[in-house]
Design a protein around this ligand. Structure first.
Ligand code: COS
Length: 380
């Protein structure tokens, strides 16, 4: 076993770290407060190849491995989880999904633009009444020969307003249950496709979350991903990889809060000495550091399994379950270490605490991860 990172991985970490400090940190508090999408920053991330990190260069991607992607996610998320969720969705749900399951025409038409960051994508599975219970799709895609007619509503869609290309999961044949579900590529501007109001969220407030409404949207059949009825499997397989990205985001949020708490505890004085010298604080730092390191091992292991072509459903679910809990625990403690300062916005940790919560919810709640994990260990 070798736990050291290659020179290339270290360079990616440095590049993502520099970007986070130089481009994401300025204005991050204001963007959170005003719910402003980091448009310029995302454009630059695209130019630097961070939006199609794992995509083959022949489709304008960077051709890197999953470990590179999680390292970048970790560094970007230390500073701005609203920006990193865009990176995560575009990379592991949209680009990976299209590259792995799309046909050549779809890759040429859509993936090339998504991987270069010319446009960004959205992944549309959740509905008002189908979040965790993902097979209960109410959105319908009725087969009309050479096209589908799409009707329904999708909820809590990341990049909902800013995306140009949407991967939409919908039921074609109710009788067939999850085997009658399809995944369709929908373009912004298609007639009958309406973007609902932006959600006012607890955290990741700079990210752009909307409901989407489809009213008799005509989607050409060539926009279906995979065979008829492949949509649910497409969603599950894609989400399995997406969960590694969100686990990396959770890891980064925790690590960012820890870094701030460590620095603060060496500067802030109480009872005549820096607070880090009090065991009450030092022990908190010890716990936080240990939890983060354990989460990092789970996240990197899941990425490694994906890169090795192994099944990563279990490792990805474990990484997400654990790292998101660590993100919650560590950010709460980081606020505590900051005391009164932790409760005001200027010190960043309250934002990281709010941002942490979503990692236990999106791309499969912690309870869903436990279903995936328990089914996997009981099956074997
Ligand atoms: N890869 C490939 N196929 C998978 C899969 C995976 N990771 N997970 C499930 N499937 C397949 C199953 O094999 C089954 O197909 P077959 O009947 O051909 O065997 C099908 O999908 C249905 O699976 P299952 O019977 O396990 O469905 P359940 O209704 O019990 O739900 C869970 C399974 C709970 C795991 C699934 O609904 C889920 O992940 N829900 C959460 C969805 C989610 O993450 N929502 C957030 C939206 S994105 S922000």
């Amino acid at each position: 076993m070798d736990f050291s990172l290659s020179e290339e991985h270290q360079m990616i970490r440095q590049a993502a770290r520099d970007f986070a400090q130089n481009e994401l940190l300025p204005g991050v508090i204001e963007r959170d407060e005003t719910q402003t999408f980091p448009k310029e920053q995302i454009k630059k991330l695209g130019e630097l190849g961070f939006l199609g990190m794992m995509t083959d260069p022949k489709y304008n991607g960077s051709g890197m491995d999953t470990l590179s992607y999680v390292i970048a996610m970790e560094e970007l998320s230390k500073v701005d989880a609203s920006a990193s969720v865009v990176v995560s969705v575009n990379n592991s749900l949209v680009c990976w999904g299209l590259e792995t399951f799309g046909n050549e025409e779809q890759k040429q038409k859509y993936l090339t633009r998504l991987a270069s960051g010319e446009v960004i994508g959205a992944f549309c599975l959740s509905e008002p009444e189908a979040g965790s219970d993902a097979t209960s799709q109410k959105t319908t895609a009725i087969d009309k020969g050479d096209h589908y007619i799409l009707n329904g509503t999708k909820n809590w869609i990341t990049n909902g307003g800013t995306a140009d290309i949407y991967l939409v999961i919908a039921q074609t044949d109710k009788e067939k249950g999850h085997k009658g579900i399809n995944a369709l590529i929908v373009e912004k501007g298609m007639e009958g496709f309406e973007i609902g109001p932006k959600e006012n969220k607890l955290g990741i407030r700079g990210s752009d979350t909307h409901s989407l409404i489809f009213n008799d949207v005509k989607v050409p059949k060539e926009n279906r991903i995979g065979e008829d009825g492949f949509g649910f499997k497409f969603a599950m397989k894609t989400l399995s990889g997406g969960r590694i990205g969100i686990a990396a985001q959770a890891l980064g949020i925790a690590a960012g809060a820890y870094d701030l708490a460590l620095k603060y505890s060496k500067q802030r004085k109480a009872f005549g000495t820096e607070i880090a010298n009090h065991q009450a604080i030092a022990f908190k730092l010890a716990d936080m550091h240990t939890q983060i390191e354990a989460a990092r091992h789970l996240v990197y292991k899941a990425a490694w399994e994906k890169d090795k072509g192994k099944n990563y459903d279990l490792s990805g679910a474990m990484a997400k379950l654990y790292a998101s809990q660590v993100a919650m625990d560590v950010t709460v403690e980081a606020v505590q270490i900051h005391g009164g300062n932790g409760y005001v916005k200027d010190y960043h940790v309250e934002r990281l605490m709010r941002d942490a919560k979503i990692t236990q919810i999106y791309e499969g709640t912690s309870e869903i991860q436990k279903i995936v994990i328990s089914r996997s260990i009981l099956r074997n």
